[in-house]
Write a protein that binds this ligand. Structure first.
Ligand code: ZN
Ligand code: ZN
Length: 385
């Protein structure tokens, strides 16, 4: 049963007793009603069944002295003001002061003179959001950097310049003038919230005196006007691990905005852009490379020196290699996070000369005849097509 029902339902009236009735009177009244209204005694009578349920509810609350006390207090609190609409959060219990005195509410200067209805509206119509005041963690910061292809593949340490709020260097983030220090807010005892609890109801508001910070600064720092925060350009050195790819986002814990007055800092997120390379491409951890070769190199075979991220490596092109074939060089790709590296994938691509000198052209013509004579037909597979 919700607290709302407690306010709307008069359990004493349901049982036909006065609000001052003794536990014994309540028990007696209930027994009689239960007997009269019991479904067994009233087969098919839905009205009696409803009444039976209501009476049982009323008895469950009023027969328990602790619950009855809570019920009485709840109804007393809401007696004049009606029930506030929307945004009502039933009591959360934990963390709130267990002592409650109605005088607290009516005695505070902030209660205004709008009467109980206004007061309840202010307390409850907050759309269900509970204001959390402290600690206020610093915001996350986003930045970006562009790395060269090889830097990204191999890992690099880069300086990042950022302008973001940081703890004030004059007051070291306390917000108080050097030599003084903030004092604990006496209104909220440093918690930053004013909490009240009444029976099943619990609610809290940011403290007005300290604006939710929990401390009061009598002598604010002149450089940050008491906020403890300064906009500062800082350069941090960020180690980018090997193997990052274009568009990846790296999180650097605790490198974001400073928290408010000693609260933890936010995180820094670095979006990495990787520029293209003239020679290399990437496919995950594999490094790709197109190796231009001549026709004769493919036919006769050769060993070609190719660049890698570190030094060069000899790649063997076996005799009779087809154009477009991919040759794999193990372990010469992009370093992997857990150690080791991907492979270097070398794609052979025949380069056709646009111009030949007389000598080479003559030799090629002779070669073409010899090729034909040897029976090689590049379109043998098309027979009959
Ligand atoms: Zn300061
Ligand atoms: Zn306060």
């Amino acid at each position: 049963m919700s607290q709302r029902e407690w306010i709307e339902k008069d359990f004493y009236k349901e049982l036909g007793v006065s609000s001052g009735a003794s536990q014994d009177e309540i028990k007696k009244a209930y027994r009689k009603l239960a007997r009269d209204l019991h479904p067994d005694a009233n087969p098919g009578d839905t009205k009696a069944e409803e009444r039976f349920k209501t009476v049982s509810e009323a008895h469950a609350v009023l027969s328990d002295p602790a619950k009855r006390k809570e019920y009485d207090e709840t109804r007393k609190l809401f007696a004049g003001g009606g029930y506030p609409r929307g945004g009502f959060t039933p009591g959360a219990g934990g963390g709130f002061s267990q002592d409650f005195n109605i005088g607290d509410i009516f005695g505070t200067a902030n209660a205004g003179d709008g009467g109980l209805g206004d007061l309840l509206g202010g307390l409850f119509n907050r759309g269900g959001t509970r204001t959390t005041s402290r600690p206020r963690r610093g915001a996350d910061v986003e930045t970006e950097t562009t790395l060269g292809f090889r830097e990204a593949a191999q890992g690099v340490t880069v300086p990042l310049r950022m302008t973001s709020p940081s703890p004030c260097t004059t007051c070291h983030g306390s917000g108080a003038k050097p030599g003084t220090s903030p004092r604990v807010c006496p209104h909220c005892n440093g918690t930053g919230v004013i909490s009240r609890n009444q029976g099943a109801f619990g609610f809290s508001e940011p403290c007005d005196d300290c604006r939710g910070t929990g401390s009061i600064i009598d002598d604010p720092c002149v450089d940050c006007h008491g906020s403890g925060i300064q906009n500062r350009t800082r350069t941090i050195t960020v180690r980018i691990p090997p193997g990052v790819s274009d568009g990846q986002r790296i999180r650097l814990a605790g490198q974001g905005e400073a928290g408010l007055r000693g609260a933890p800092s936010g995180d820094l997120f670095v979006s990495v852009h990787v520029s293209q390379d003239k020679v290399f491409g990437r496919n995950g951890d594999d490094l790709t490379l197109v190796l231009p070769v001549s026709y004769s190199e493919l036919v006769l075979g050769t060993t070609v020196s190719v660049p890698t991220l570190e030094g060069r490596v000899g790649v063997k092109v076996p005799p009779g290699t087809a154009d477009g074939r991919i040759l794999r060089v193990r372990g010469r790709g992009v370093p992997k996070r857990g150690g080791g590296a991907g492979d270097l994938l070398v794609t052979v691509k025949v380069a056709v000369p646009q111009k030949l000198d007389d000598n080479a052209a003559e030799a090629l013509r002779r070669y073409a005849e010899a090729e034909k004579a040897s029976g090689f037909d590049p379109r043998a597979g098309w027979a009959g097509a």
